[in-house]
Design a protein around this ligand. Structure first.
Ligand code: ARG
Length: 466
């Protein structure tokens, strides 16, 4: 059927046809478009809007097309989009009776329905992969509950923690990404079909029935809104952009931690490359490419939001231009998620280096100050001052953190506060021992092996319930 044989005379120029065609990125909604047409035709038949025999012919042909696959369609630019290609195919097979399937339907509600159907499936695949990622992180974490490392603030040594505790920070961030995308799915899961061009139709269609046949949870209430809204795409892409942001934080740490300076981890050769000139090189390219893909996600989000800005209601062809950016965002985020999952699982942690760094640079100082608060009932600010001066003098005199003793502390305490502390050597030693510090950090969400094990349990429950 040539759409241009009525109102319009002649063809578009080849350039204009190619410029406005969505055929290439419509390929992805081929199956959804068949489903959408079958549901609509079934409902038209049930409502006795079209003859049962005609409906059956149409449905049979659509089912055959589904098994034959997209390659049997003529997808040249003259057909504009997948909806026309599909209708043309049915018309070629069963004649003009095919035209009944478009009763009370427009490409405007059809494309919105197709996009929502596919996006729901894509989101479900991403949800499964996020859960799988969280499970892998949990598995890794459970092997490292006593693997000491130093935690950073401002990328400076801050306090001792464990590799497991750090991994669980990843898991909890990614868990929120799951929740965000699952929440976006609720608004993807709404059926626009029956809104037709923008005001519905005078035919007695049953919108609840088509929504039910297509597996949607609810119908979009307003027909103008139904054909003019793509907010469901924007919020899905935001959720993916946020996921990619969280993944890029992991990439960044993999890159830094695998440097000679840090030597905290080794990424498997499977996810590394070398240099064409420097034979010694092992480069973390997967993590780097992953870090940069985040920008692609941000770009797609910004493109989508910019297309949607200030569009008048209801359908405008501009909406078509959102679609390829949605697909690119999904594919980019999805591949990033899976490769990061594989790469992170391949990482081995250098436990000796972890403890070496945790001991090297006064990351135990907070616990020393806490000890003075507990033992001497000093206000934390005074304790903070005493320990700060202690660290500064230790650095100037080349004293290692683990060599700080009670006498050394008393000298400084006398200077600052007028009295010595008289804390037992054993308590001072414990306060400077990362293992003891970790054990004591037993608050909910903290790094003690017990708290981390509880966190792991709660994440496991979340994965099971999701
Ligand atoms: N290809 C269009 C899109 O992706 C759907 C068809 C609506 N076209 C139209 N001329 N009303 O949005």
């Amino acid at each position: 059927m040539n759409l241009r044989s009525g109102r319009l005379k002649g063809k578009m120029t080849a350039d204009a046809a190619s410029f406005t065609s969505s055929i290439e990125f419509d390929r992805r909604i081929f199956n959804a478009d068949i489903k959408c047409n079958i549901a609509h035709t079934t409902m038209l038949k049930e409502q006795r809007i079209i003859e049962a025999a005609d409906a059956d012919k149409i449905i049979k042909t659509l089912n055959e097309l589904e098994s034959e696959g997209i390659s049997v369609l003529k997808l040249d630019l003259s057909v504009e989009d997948i909806h026309m290609a599909l209708e043309n195919y049915v018309t070629e097979r069963i004649g003009e009776v095919a035209g009944f399937m478009h009763t009370g339907k427009s490409r405007n509600d059809q494309v919105a329905t197709d996009l929502r159907l596919i996006l729901k499936e894509e989101i479900e695949e991403i949800e499964d992969d996020i859960l799988n990622f969280i499970e892998n992180i949990i598995e890794m974490a459970s092997q490292h509950t006593e693997t000491i490392m130093v935690g950073y603030t401002h990328l400076q040594h801050a306090q001792p923690t464990t590799f497991a505790h750090h991994l669980l920070a990843y898991a909890n961030e990614i868990r929120r990404d799951f929740e965000r995308i699952a929440d976006a799915k609720k608004r993807v899961d709404m059926c626009p079909l029956g809104a037709a061009a923008m005001t519905g139709t005078g035919f007695p269609i049953d919108r609840d029935r088509t929504a039910q046949l297509l597996g949607f949870s609810r119908v979009m209430e307003n027909s103008m809104d139904a054909v003019s809204s793509r907010d469901f795409m924007a919020e899905t892409v935001f959720a993916l952009a946020m996921l990619s942001s969280n993944l890029s934080k992991i990439s960044e740490e993999m890159i830094i931690w695998s440097t000679y300076e840090f030597r905290l981890i080794e990424i498997s050769d499977k996810y590394s490359s070398t240099s064409s000139i420097m034979p010694q090189k092992k480069n973390p390219d997967v993590a780097e490419i992953s870090r940069s893909k985040t920008a692609v996600l941000y770009g797609e989000l910004m493109t989508i939001l910019s297309i949607l800005k200030a569009l008048p209601h209801s359908y405008n062809r501009d909406l078509q231009e959102v679609t390829p950016h949605l697909w690119n965002a999904i594919d980019t985020a999805h591949s990033m998620l899976n490769i990061m999952n594989d790469m992170l699982s391949s990482v081995s942690f250098n436990a000796e280096r972890g403890i070496e760094l945790a001991m090297a640079n006064f990351s135990t100082a907070t616990e020393l100050a806490d000890l003075m608060v507990r033992e001497n009932n000093l206000p934390f600010r005074i304790a903070h001052q005493i320990v700060g001066r202690t660290v500064s003098e230790a650095i100037s005199n080349g004293i290692r953190p683990e060599d700080i003793d009670s006498k050394f502390l008393d000298k400084i305490a006398r200077d600052i506060n007028g009295t010595p502390l008289n804390i037992s050597e054993e308590l001072v030693e414990n306060a400077l021992n990362p293992y003891e510090i970790i054990k004591a950090r037993d608050v909910k969400g903290g790094p003690s092996p017990k708290a981390v094990t509880e966190s792991i349990l709660s994440l496991k429950e979340f994965v099971k319930a999701s």
